[in-house]
Design a protein around this ligand. Structure first.
Ligand code: GUN
Length: 298
């Protein structure tokens, strides 16, 4: 049994999307057009195809325009860069997202850094990373921003809390640490080479797991009452559901961690839905900034 509060990311994301959709209407009245999000998918990675379809459907449902570009898996870097340049210059495109991972022949950093920073709704461009690191207005990576919104909702003021982020990716770990630092947390980043991750995690008031290792965080990593945010989405075999079946699980062993946590996000239904909601929000923010329209803060 657990007393941990289960943080409902699905419900929170739905409220956020409703708010974005209302602001899209205000934007449309002010400008005579709706924000446009261009999503570029290279190749046929099945997980990426699902993500891109979801992104397009949710973009349209929020009243925005979705533009999809699907390119062959053998597309070369120059062709992709040429498409990015066209989208950079297209006034109807407010946000550009290139789905990762990209095929081996394409340098992902070169592609990300070719996107206009003010259309970089993933927040991955070095300019946006630098703006975030120096506390200036930027477009913020969607997954860590979603985690931050859940944390603020759960805990209110985060200042002085010790946050341990397990994982150091450019997409989640590093920007998550920057965001928490911006909230005046004391931040530790742990990674695959960190010694004694367990005792480090035990000191965390906020524990964010973003490593991509199924259920690596268990009860022994969690301080009593800590808030645990699970960013992982791992597909693992589930023979109990039948031969060849799979289930989705996070980087946290939910049942074990929930015995000690004060609050915890589930997988699915925790961080995942927040990522798309924040992408829609970033698209609106990018459009509003480019057109000089004021929208509400969150
Ligand atoms: N692949 C997995 N997560 C992401 C993401 O947040 N953005 C992009 N562009 N690709 C991804």
């Amino acid at each position: 049994m657990t007393d941990a509060k289960i943080i409902d990311g699905k419900a929170f994301s739905e409220k956020l999307v409703t708010q974005v959709a209302a602001e899209v209407e205000v934007f449309a009245k002010a400008t005579g057009q709706v924000p446009g999000l261009a999503v570029v998918l290279v190749g046929e990675n099945p997980a990426s195809q699902v993500y891109v379809r979801n992104k397009s459907e949710r973009t349209t449902a929020a009243g925005m325009r979705s533009i999809e570009h699907r390119l062959d898996c053998d597309t070369d870097e120059a062709s992709l860069l040429a498409l990015i340049e066209t989208l950079n210059q297209d006034d109807m495109v407010d946000g550009i997202l290139v789905q990762l991972p990209l095929p081996d022949q394409i340098n992902a950093d070169a592609v990300i850094n070719a996107i206009r920073p003010d259309k970089d709704v993933d927040g991955f461009h070095v300019v946006n990373a630098g703006l975030l690191a120096t506390g200036q207005e930027s477009l913020v990576p969607c997954t860590p921003f979603g985690c931050l919104l859940l944390l603020r909702d759960q805990l209110g003021d985060l200042s002085g809390l010790h946050a341990v982020v397990v994982g150091r990716s450019n997409i989640v770990g590093k920007p998550m640490a920057q965001l928490l630092l911006g909230e005046s947390c004391t931040v530790t980043i742990a990674h695959s080479r960190t010694k004694d991750v367990e005792s480090l995690c035990q000191q965390a008031d906020i524990l964010v797991a973003a490593v991509g290792r199924p259920e690596m965080i268990t009860d022994v990593h969690v301080k009593k009452g800590a808030t645990v945010i699970d960013v992982g989405i791992n597909r693992v075999p589930a023979p109990e559901r039948g031969e060849g079946k799979f289930r989705l699980t996070g980087d946290v062993d939910f049942d074990a961690a929930a015995k000690k946590a004060g609050a915890i996000t589930p997988v699915p239904g925790g961080v995942g839905p927040m990522t798309i909601a924040c992408l829609l929000r970033n698209t609106l923010v990018a459009a509003a900034r480019r057109h000089g329209v004021t929208i509400g803060k969150i």
